[in-house]
Design a protein. Structure first.
Length: 330
């Protein structure tokens, strides 16, 4: 598999040497930034491509209290700003761009990433593109997005001061957001399709002790109601099949995430839910392509697990590229 550097940096039609990175990271959340820190410390020629601003979903979290080393918690934006600065200080190059297509040439071991206006070549890829909020796909949801329907409490909570909110979901994110929104809203109704929550027990304890939060159990959202803005949500009891309207000024939706892997469908086999299968070293079934963070098919999606996976992917990439170049330590 070893190739020397001259083979890996071929000349293009104009006679100029074609730039080939050691690795390109797609996505600037906790997994991608951690991979960047480790790769740059290993002096790998690394580029990180991020569609928006670095930080991923974590940047939308008001407080992260289960990240080791911060007994009183740390705000999501602050933690991610620290990670980004640390990565850049080690030499990570960050460019804004959305990966639209990836191709792999198994003969040369060079991968090509295309964005809207550029083409990049690299020996390896770390996919850390994260996930986006899953939608309910019910009538009124799209119509009222930005006019009462939201997927981010940290972003939109101030707009609902002293108002009524319906919140859909029962996992950690949903309950964390409910607790945060309770600092602003007059009343919150948590709508959950089961008769108990999935969230961590300590979050549930805080939720149940909050007097401004009510519950609509075994409830399935059917339609978001309103004329020019949200005025309520229609739900159905899955046991009795009875329908009822819950009056509210806003609907916050936290029912999971969808991995951002649409651009990989022609490159890497995905699970039926769109995730990437990897081995314990974050390797996909395509040689030289690794995945970490929320795009992986795994059980736990947290900042701390994303960071661990980013470090593992980086170490595996280093070994792969050095072996490819014939400079690995043996």
């Amino acid at each position: 598999m070893s190739k020397n550097n001259s083979q890996l940096n071929k000349e293009d039609e104009t006679g100029k040497k074609e730039k080939i990175f050691d690795t390109i990271i797609i996505g600037g959340g906790p997994a991608g930034l951690t991979a960047g820190i480790y790769l740059c410390r290993a002096r790998m020629d690394t580029l990180l491509l991020e569609k928006m601003i670095p930080g991923g979903q974590a940047i939308l979290t008001e407080i992260i209290e289960n990240y080791p080393g911060f007994p009183k918690g740390i705000s999501g934006p602050k933690l991610m700003q620290n990670m980004e600065k640390q990565a850049v200080d080690f030499g990570l190059k960050i460019e804004h761009g959305e990966a639209l297509n990836i191709t792999n040439n198994p003969k040369t071991n060079v991968k090509t990433i295309k964005t809207e206006d550029r083409t990049y070549k690299t020996l390896s890829i770390v996919i850390a593109s994260g996930a986006e909020a899953r939608k309910l796909n019910i009538p009124g949801e799209e119509k009222f997005t930005g006019r009462g329907v939201s997927y981010c409490g940290t972003c939109d909570a101030p707009f609902f001061k002293d108002k009524r909110i319906a919140l859909v979901g029962g996992g950690d994110t949903a309950i964390e957001e409910a607790l945060y929104l309770s600092k602003f809203a007059r009343e919150i109704t948590v709508i959950h399709r089961r008769d108990r929550l999935r969230a961590t027990k300590i979050l549930q304890e805080r939720l149940f002790s909050n007097q401004s939060i009510n519950f609509s159990w075994n409830s399935i959202p059917l339609k978001i109601l309103g004329k020019n803005k949200v005025e309520g949500i229609l739900v159905k009891d899955k046991n009795t099949l009875q329908e009822k309207e819950i009056l509210c000024d806003g609907v916050f939706i936290f029912v999971g995430y969808i991995p951002k892997t649409e651009f990989l469908k022609k490159t890497i086999p995905l699970t039926d839910k769109g995730y990437i299968d990897t081995d314990n070293n974050m390797r996909s079934n395509i040689e030289g392509i690794y995945a970490c963070g929320d795009v992986r098919n795994k059980m736990l999606r947290q900042v701390v697990t994303a960071c661990g996976e980013g470090a593992t992917a980086a170490f595996a990439v280093q070994r792969y590229v050095e072996d490819l170049k014939g400079i690995s330590y043996k």
